[in-house]
Design a protein around this ligand. Structure first.
Ligand SMILES: Nc1ncnc2c1ncn2[C@@H]1O[C@H](COP(=O)(O)OP(=O)(O)OP(=O)(O)O)[C@@H](O)[C@H]1O
Ligand SMILES: [Mg+2]
Length: 381
């Protein structure tokens, strides 16, 4: 897939900007706090209808303004799309594809982002790993997001109920009424997570071995607090879910919250059979995340027959020479890539491919021919 053009109005620090991208490699250069990450964020938004940095859409609206728009022209194997998203401060969201109003965002553009925030993935809280896997599965299976939203709704209702001071019999009856739906949506989520983690484990193990010159082994597995096996069918998961919920009923009543289900699960990452969360070095964490992200790209390719967009936000400054070289080699010509960097990194000297360069300054974006005598914002580059 290929993003050809993006136009932003009142998005973050951009007033109005239109950018025409290169089909292969785009390098977004600029000093700190000029709008590089904001531009990547707008591309990410096109792929899932939400930001990778905030759950609050209103933060994306330029200060003092009351709405933002993102318009984009892109191409996938299925055809050409002209997508327009308008989001207002009052929460209204208008989406149009080729001029026709849509109920929701069509899940056609896929994007994988790798940013310094991802460096917390290995050692941070389990919720970060769940969010990572949820976001990527949502890109692979369109029904996953729907199940996740419903699961979270049921979970909230069930937790509310557990906090009520009501008669015990009434509580038990009501809990049971919620359990059916909790098990229905929750089991689907677990099944898909198991499926994807199995493939992710295989791919990332291979990439990680190459990254470490066959010296180290990466293992990724899914941990569920229900007693389930990685090869369980949906019915086996439902049975295990039901049985464990029944067993833990008293504990849940005592704790006044739902203790079991995919909202409490985790990804277990090990390097050479040692839990990465406790033992991985900085370099091992970086290699691990790199391997996971590159694996996701392959999973999306396997599912849709084409690579997603790859958004690399300032990661080159986080990686050492060896890992940078590895990443550069992995960026295949069929992956449209967007890299942000400050100018000191001299990315153009490291990357041998032809790239389109842009200079970003104070919420404006200007294409530049690197190394040639040209002027951008009154600067010679
Ligand atoms: N809603 C908003 N309205 C206006 N400006 C905003 C909004 N949200 C963020 N900004 C500003 O946008 C600027 C650019 O942010 P961005 O994260 O894109 O910087 P960057 O170029 O990636 O810098 P760095 O190299 O430090 O990562 C920041 O100064 C930030 O305060
Ligand atoms: Mg940035």
């Amino acid at each position: 897939m290929q993003l050809k053009k993006i136009s932003l109005t009142s998005f973050r620090n951009y007033n109005k900007v239109e950018v025409l991208f290169d089909p292969f490699l785009n390098i977004l250069l600029g000093d700190n706090a000029q709008g590089k990450t904001n531009l990547l964020e707008s591309i990410f938004y096109l792929s899932g209808g939400s930001s990778n940095r905030t759950f609050q859409d209103k933060e994306l609206i330029k200060w003092e303004k009351d709405s933002f728009t993102i318009s984009a022209l892109f191409e996938t194997r299925k055809g050409n799309y002209n997508l327009q998203i308008l989001k207002s401060l009052d929460g209204k969201k208008d989406i149009k594809v080729n001029g026709i109003e849509q109920k929701g965002l069509p899940q056609v553009l896929k994007a994988v982002v790798f940013s310094p925030d991802d460096l917390n993935l290995v050692k941070g809280a389990p919720s970060l790993r769940r969010n990572f896997i949820d976001r990527e599965i949502s890109q692979i299976y369109s029904l996953y997001g729907y199940n996740l939203v419903n699961y979270n709704k049921i979970l909230r209702q069930r937790n509310k109920l557990l906090k009520l001071n009501i008669d015990r019999n009434k509580l038990m009856k009501n809990l049971e009424a919620w359990n059916d739906q909790l098990i229905e949506y929750g089991s689907f989520i677990i099944l898909k997570r198991l499926e994807v983690v199995k493939k992710l484990a295989m791919l990332s193990r291979l990439i990680y071995r190459r990254l470490t010159d066959n010296q180290e082994n990466l293992d990724v597995s899914y941990y569920s607090n229900l007693k389930i096996d990685k090869d369980f069918t949906i019915d086996q998961i439902k049975d295990a879910y039901f049985n464990t919920l029944t067993k833990k009923r008293e504990e849940e009543v005592k704790n006044r919250t739902t203790l079991l289900g995919p909202h409490r699960d985790d990804l277990i990452i090990s390097i050479n059979n040692k839990q990465a969360r406790n033992y991985a070095s900085q370099g091992q964490q970086r290699s691990c995340i790199l391997a996971l992200k590159l694996s996701i790209i392959e999973l999306i390719k396997a599912q849709y027959g084409e690579y997603p967009l790859l958004l690399l936000d300032d990661v080159f400054s986080e990686l050492d020479r060896k890992r940078r070289d590895f990443l550069i080699k992995e960026i295949k010509s069929s992956v449209q890539t967007f890299i942000t960097s400050t100018r000191e990194n001299n990315l153009n000297e490291e990357i041998a491919y032809p790239a389109k360069n842009f200079l970003i300054k104070k919420g404006e974006c200007c294409p530049i021919s690197y190394g040639e005598d040209n002027e951008c914002f009154g600067e010679n580059l």
